[in-house]
Design a protein around this ligand. Structure first.
Ligand SMILES: Cc1ncc(COP(=O)(O)O)c(C=O)c1O
Length: 382
């Protein structure tokens, strides 16, 4: 892989947070384009339309442990035991949150004191910048390598930018670019960060490694938590498990780091129903493999269909595809054409490095066929 020389970075001084920008809600799309709401399909949120059969069976049979008049157990004991077994870690190496987003928020509160600095390889998941700005941190944005290099991390530039940073945000596989870091990249980076900190006689930066999509690859770097004690790995039930509505996510780290996060965790933010269902789902041996296989097959089918219709679709190991439309105006026009048909893609603002792209979630056979048909007819009209 060709590596660019150490790339320019962008510094943003503490500013008021921009806030997370969503696409229009299904209700808004239905009202604006006069479409029945059940015809609106979400290709923007990286969620799957079908939750695990086990979850549906438990819900239908009313087989949930639901003391709704009470708060959840303060330590989410049953959920923590199931998650620790699933991820192969100790129960004291895990922190539960209302989705990965809440866990990321807790990390910001715990590790970004007044005047801190974060390193943000871009483009990446938008919430890292939002959360950093909420903590009034200085954000040092480091461009990733280009599409020909799979938008991989520029390790030298990240190391250099991290010289005085409190925290580095990493995401692999990366949202919205769709690929995992090449093997060994993150290990090399962590070793470099550690050596730099030792040379300078200062503490190592916290490294947040968001593995929200990692089950789609079967790989994880959770094992590095003992090698690099500042590593926090993020997992969620929203992606491969298709349970975004439950709002359950985790931080995994060595027990001292988890103990440092714990005081910042809001009490009882994961609902009793969510904690109960999540524990059952994590204990099931088959859900992960079934969902992964389904998404892989559907991703290949959707990718082939979109390429056949004339789109430039980038490779992905996740449940979403990045499509290069080569001009921001074209990306905006196609997005508008899709919205008119009730299909909601993820767009990027005109000043974003991916302004010429759309991000498309892999959904199911029916919705994906509607998308392929829409793209075919939009390109024919153009
Ligand atoms: C990389 C990444 N991290 C975290 C999240 C949020 O996950 P959760 O639904 O668990 O809050 C997302 C959601 O899209 C994501 O893409």
């Amino acid at each position: 892989m060709s590596r660019s020389p150490v790339t320019a970075v962008t510094f943003a001084s503490p500013t008021a947070p921009a806030g997370y920008a969503w696409e229009a809600t299904s209700e808004a799309v239905a009202a604006r384009y006069g479409i029945p709401i059940e015809r609106v399909a979400r290709f923007d949120l990286n969620t799957a339309p079908a939750p695990p059969e086990l979850a549906m069976r438990l819900l239908q049979a009313g087989r949930l442990d639901l003391p709704l008049s009470e708060y959840p157990a303060s330590d989410y004991r049953r959920l923590v035991i199931a998650a620790a077994a699933r991820y192969g870690v100790g129960t004291d190496e895990l922190l539960v949150g209302a989705g990965a987003d809440e866990v990321l928020d807790v990390i910001g509160k715990a590790f970004l004191p007044e005047g801190s600095t974060v390193v943000l390889p871009t483009p990446t998941y938008a919430m890292y910048r939002v959360l950093s700005e909420q903590r009034r941190a200085t954000v040092v944005a480091v461009p990733r390598l280009g599409p020909a290099d799979g938008f991989a991390l520029d390790i030298d530039a990240v190391r250099l930018a991290a010289a005085s940073a409190n925290l580095v945000w990493l995401c692999s596989p990366n949202n919205p670019t769709g690929l995992a870091e090449p093997p060994g990249t993150i290990e090399t980076l962590l070793a470099g960060l550690r050596a730099d900190a030792e040379d300078a006689g200062r503490p190592i930066p916290i490294v947040v490694l968001d593995e929200a999509y990692t089950e789609f690859t079967g790989a994880t770097l959770v094992g590095l938590r003992d090698v690099y004690p500042g590593l926090v790995v993020i997992r969620t039930l929203s992606k491969v498990y298709a349970l975004a509505g439950l709002r359950v996510g985790f931080a995994i780290a060595n027990s001292e780091l988890i103990a440092a996060l714990a005081p910042y965790r809001p009490p009882g933010s994961v609902a009793v129903a969510s904690a109960s269902l999540a524990a059952d789902v994590l204990a099931d041996p088959d859900i992960l493999a079934t969902h992964r296989t389904r998404v892989e097959a559907e991703r290949d089918r959707l990718g082939t269909g979109l390429r056949g219709a004339g789109w430039k679709v980038l490779p992905s190991v996740t449940n979403f595809l990045l499509v290069d439309l080569e001009a921001p105006e074209r990306a905006a026009a196609i997005a508008e054409g899709l919205l008119q048909r009730g299909l909601v893609p993820r767009t990027f603002p005109s000043d974003h490095p991916l302004a010429t792209y759309l991000r498309i979630t892999v959904r199911d056979l029916d919705q994906d066929d509607r998308l392929i048909e829409a793209v075919t007819s939009l390109l024919r009209e153009a």
